[in-house]
Design a protein around this ligand. Structure first.
Ligand code: IMP
Ligand code: MG
Length: 174
């Protein structure tokens, strides 16, 4: 296992925290008076979602959902696997899907379709990171635009490791 100190820092924890606070305030204002359900995309979105929901200043419910497209690789398999059933409680609710990163966009698109089919009233999307190459792909809330590199930390993994790093770092050569 490579030590995380070998990976260059792209975003420091303080910068992430500041941006997450801004996003939380904006989302809180946009959903004021609405019945908001936050849908963290597991496993990558869990760290971001945990911080984000504490910056949204009004009551909300949580419906975590598991989706994956990368397996152990550093490029998308193109196939989105959804391991969990869609919870019935999402019917007629305003959903905010929270994921770590927008890359090919397949994960968010597949999830949006499934959640709308399952009866959601609306589906909005929030990602902490968007890769440069994905600049045409829409998300309602975006934390940072980043270069087309493979990144780890703050929920993002490489083969299941490094999700617990507080900063976001670049994997060399990927
Ligand atoms: P998409 O479906 O191609 O947009 O990919 C989104 C998912 O791929 C994210 O939820 C991540 O789990 C994973 N992913 C994409 N890029 C990276 C990266 O640079 N580091 C770690 N995971 C990534
Ligand atoms: Mg993921």
């Amino acid at each position: 296992m490579t030590s995380s100190a070998d990976f260059e820092i792209l975003l420091r924890r303080e910068a992430i925290a500041r941006r997450v606070r801004e996003l939380g305030l904006k989302i809180g204002a946009d959903f004021k008076g609405k019945d908001l359900c936050v849908v963290p995309v597991m496993d990558g979105g869990m760290v971001f979602a945990a911080d984000l929901i504490r910056e949204i200043g009004h009551p909300l419910t949580l419906f975590p959902f598991k989706a994956s497209s990368y397996g152990n690789a550093t490029s998308s398999s193109g196939r989105v696997e959804m391991a969990w059933k869609i919870p019935r409680g999402i019917k007629g609710r305003h959903l905010l899907v929270v994921d770590d990163i927008l890359d090919t966009g397949k994960t968010l698109e597949a999830l949006r379709t499934r959640l709308m089919e399952a009866g959601a009233l609306s589906v909005s999307t929030c990602v902490l990171l968007r890769k440069k190459a994905s600049f045409r792909l829409p998300a309602d809330y975006i934390g940072f635009e980043i270069p087309d590199r493979f990144v780890i930390g703050y929920g993002l993994d490489l083969g299941g490791l490094y999700r617990n790093l507080p900063d976001i770092r670049v994997v060399p050569g990927e």
